[in-house]
Ligand binder design. Structure first.
Ligand code: C2E
Ligand code: MG
Ligand code: MG
Ligand code: MG
Length: 276
């Protein structure tokens, strides 16, 4: 009995595996043509200065309008694009499009607006990030000081020199660099001393604990203090409640993003938001 059960469950398992690997295979093959089919697009989430509640910048967030599954969020396809070695080209496109859009907003009268773009490790290793950035700035006419690159620890974990050289070169031109999802990696603190940074983004997982978890509250206020002592600007990610907003204001956190203010929006909606 045990034996036949085992066999049956093996067959079930294997049929399941086949279905998911087939789905995955088909997603992979569609992802190969997503960029050339114009299926990728960007939404923008405002960044606010917490003292004044003024919008100071936007973060560009990638989406894929897949013909089979509809709009797919980045957490579901960026890791696949990384595995397939497609993220270099996709990332270069995102830089280009975000800079173009930001320049459009500048020309419409919002010349103070900053644009943040997320960057994958492969954009350092498999491509020349500094070249891609310089091309996006050159083509759009966006001033370098208005562009911010959001990197994660996984960018630096490879070979630190692959990352330091392009980041230093870009920062000399006025581009700023942010450490995204701060506090979640296994060597967050050592990254702070090794990387040339301008800004630290406190991960949403700490913000969501405010005010219920006093540990999170203490950690966030310590991160703000530490960042300021290092001369870095601090952004809180994922602000969802008034209480969180008030606490962050009270401890002197510089900027914030979150559903309390805005969800990521299509550029047309951002344009309307800027007018009002
Ligand atoms: P991230 O850079 O940390 O972006 C913040 C994510 O949190 C976004 O998810 C945003 O929609 C979400 N978020 C913002 N405010 C709130 C809030 O108040 N509550 C909650 N629950 N969520 C909030 P999204 O757009 O799904 O992006 C997920 C991740 O995908 C990003 O995390 C980033 O790591 C990556 N990503 C997005 N666009 C790109 C890109 O162009 N290139 C690369 N390499 N990665 C990207
Ligand atoms: Mg980000
Ligand atoms: Mg983040
Ligand atoms: Mg994240």
């Amino acid at each position: 009995r045990a034996k036949s059960n085992g066999r049956n469950s093996f067959q079930l398992y294997s049929a399941d595996m086949n279905r998911t690997s087939m789905q995955r295979l088909s997603l992979e093959s569609r992802l190969h043509t997503a960029l050339s089919n114009n299926e990728l697009f960007l939404q923008y989430q405002p960044k606010l200065e917490l003292g004044s509640n003024r919008i100071v910048g936007m973060e560009a967030l990638l989406r894929w309008n897949d013909r089979e599954q509809g709009v797919i969020p980045p957490d579901q396809f960026i890791p696949v694009a990384e595995e397939l070695g497609l993220i270099g080209k996709i990332g270069a496109w995102a830089l280009e499009e975000a800079c173009r859009q930001c320049k459009e907003w500048h020309d419409a009268g919002y010349a103070d607006l900053h644009m943040s773009v997320n960057v994958s490790p492969q954009q350092f290793t498999r491509r020349d990030l500094a070249d891609d950035v310089e091309q996006a700035l050159g083509n759009s006419g966006l001033p370098p000081a208005k562009l911010d690159l959001e990197i994660t620890e996984s960018c630096a974990i490879q070979n630190i020199d692959d990352v330091l050289e392009p980041l230093n070169r870009l920062r000399q031109q006025g581009i700023t660099v942010s450490m995204d999802d701060f506090g979640t990696g296994y060597s967050s603190l050592s990254m702070l001393s090794q990387l040339p940074l301008d800004q630290l983004k406190v991960d949403r997982s700490f913000i969501s604990g405010i005010p219920e978890r006093s540990q999170d509250q203490e950690l966030v206020s310590t991160m703000v203090l530490m960042a300021h002592n290092l001369g870095l600007n601090v952004v809180a990610e994922g602000i969802e409640t008034d209480k969180q907003h008030q606490y962050l204001q009270q401890i002197g956190c510089d900027q914030g993003q979150g559903f309390l203010f805005n969800r990521p929006l299509p550029p047309e909606d951002i344009s309307k938001l800027l007018i009002h």
